[in-house]
Design a binder for this molecule. Sequence first.
Ligand SMILES: [Zn+2]
Length: 215
Amino acid sequence: MKILMFGPPGSGKGTYASRLSTRLGIPHISTGDLVRDEIKNQTEMGKRIGEYSSRGFLVPDNVICQLLQERITQADCAKGFILDGFPRTIPQAQELERISAIDLVINLQVPDQVIIERLASRLTCRDCGAIYNERFLKSKITGRCDKCDGQLYQREDDRPTVIQQRLVLYRKQTKPLIEHYTRKNQVRNVANDEVAVPPEVVVVQIIGILQTSSS
Ligand SMILES: [Zn+2]
């Protein structure tokens, strides 16, 4: 099954996508990770991406689409994938349709206040970008990443005033996309109104939706 995950910053999207990936046996693909890997591995593409960012430009769509196309044509994606962080615009959605069909869009709906409370305690790994939460998703060793032992820190854009702006931007950007996929009858909403819902509860809920939709 080919799944898109939409959710505001702080909705837990990345965490759910990664757990779903384990449960469903299909890869979790984050375009943010794809870009980071290219830079880290200093590939030709990574160097080009580095040039864009050093000049203050966003990574162009065609670069991201190329990385994505290379990734989802690999053997482990034969049964499907969970895509996180893409598409962000209608042109990107159209480009994605050219690369691959999509079965379903999981749209996480979380009230702003819940997100603000959650992000205030969110920690990010400096090295691999893994996400933790001081309250709900602790790392095994305080301040260190479980995956790579990197240092955990609070991102500048997880602070409440910045979050407000990010949420406004997210809703504005996502609205046309949700409308686009709603017209195709592919959107499934997953409401999450509480601050501390264990990720596993949400994952089970999403799996239920996927099973209903595919039967
Ligand atoms: Zn890490």
